[in-house]
Design a protein around this ligand. Structure first.
Ligand code: MN
Length: 201
């Protein structure tokens, strides 16, 4: 059973609006989410619901629909399922401080057996049904260690040789907001009642 101790250890929930969450098995097709995270370095957090958590990779350049693009995907700590709905601003000075936007989400279908075992083996194939990302993709571990993986689009009818979705579709699929609009929500969060302010939670 996966644990969220690494996720929780990195965060101070009195100071960040991110959910504490818990490991939670759900029925129905598993979800995926891609969150654009404008932290000290911009990246896209690619997350797949497996075994009651969101298995996570940070993709600096974001996903591509072009099978010729091999996108570095750095494995990060498992996140709670609740995180998939999170959009907002992590305060400066906190872990991952910056704006988080739900760039894409939907369901995914693991191909070739148990997805948790596939992640352990270091190679996972799956089909995405999202608002922006569709079709077959693969995540493959590179070399030793568990850190560096590649995210690639596989050839199918949804593959595209041209265009860059991160540029043509920058908006949130949750709110329709641009990163700048999400960043402005910071002020709303800070103007909530005292009990929600850092140090008073
Ligand atoms: Mn991130």
């Amino acid at each position: 059973m996966p644990k969220l101790s690494a996720y929780r250890k990195k965060r101070r929930f009195a100071k960040t609006p991110e959910p504490r969450g818990k490991v939670r098995k759900r029925g129905g097709p598993p979800h995926f989410v891609v969150q654009k995270h404008d932290a000290s370095r911009l990246h896209y957090d690619f997350r797949l619901e497996i075994d009651g958590v969101l298995k996570s990779w940070a993709v600096p350049k974001g996903p591509s629909l072009n099978p010729e693009d091999r996108r570095l995907a750095v494995r990060t700590e498992d996140h709670p399922l609740e995180y998939g709905g999170f959009e907002g601003v992590i305060p400066r000075g906190e872990y991952g401080g910056g704006t988080v936007l739900v760039w894409d989400r939907g369901t995914f279908e693991p191909l070739g057996g148990n997805p948790a075992a596939a992640v352990e083996r270091g190679h996972l194939k799956f089909r995405l049904e999202g608002g922006k990302l569709r079709g077959l993709f693969a995540l493959s571990r590179m070399g030793e260690g568990n850190r560096n993986w590649l995210l690639v689009k596989l050839r199918d009818a949804q593959a595209r040789k041209r265009g860059d979705l991160t540029k043509s579709r920058p908006e949130s699929v949750k709110s329709g907001h641009t990163p700048a609009q999400v960043a402005r929500s910071r002020n709303r969060w800070h103007s909530r009642p005292k009990s929600r302010r850092p140090g008073h939670a």
